[in-house]
Design a protein around this ligand. Sequence first.
Ligand SMILES: [Cu+2]
Length: 156
Amino acid sequence: MTRLLIPVALLALAGCSPAADPDALASVAVVDATCRPTLNGRDVTGCYVTLTASRDDRLVSVAAPLAATAQVHEMKIEDGMMKMAELKDGLALPAGEAVSLQPGGDHIMLMGLTQPLTAGQKVPLAFTFEHAQPVQVRARVAQPPVAGAGAEHAGH
Ligand SMILES: [Cu+2]
């Protein structure tokens, strides 16, 4: 509950926020979108991105025309094993904070890809937020910069 109350308190303090549609001013910066090249014969891959919201917001869903399904996944420990699971309620984006999806952590999972992804390609991704306008980017296909990754998709 505390998390929900804080923004309201801030708005009250600011005093000058118009009550009419604050969502019109909400935006999310989407940078460094990268999708990992697909492994031989696989039609799944992980994508990574950094999201910075102008106000408290939430990444609700991701769509990718090249994939049958795109989900936002988190990594969690279950029975001593790192497993990934869909974030069914989306991903919280605190105002002004750069939230990085990266190997070993939260990521975007593309499933049912209609074609293999090779380095140098571009993959359109569409991000939908609770408040901000949707954002479309073209992610580059490349090995993500963080080393030691890949294990999170071993389960597929
Ligand atoms: Cu995943």
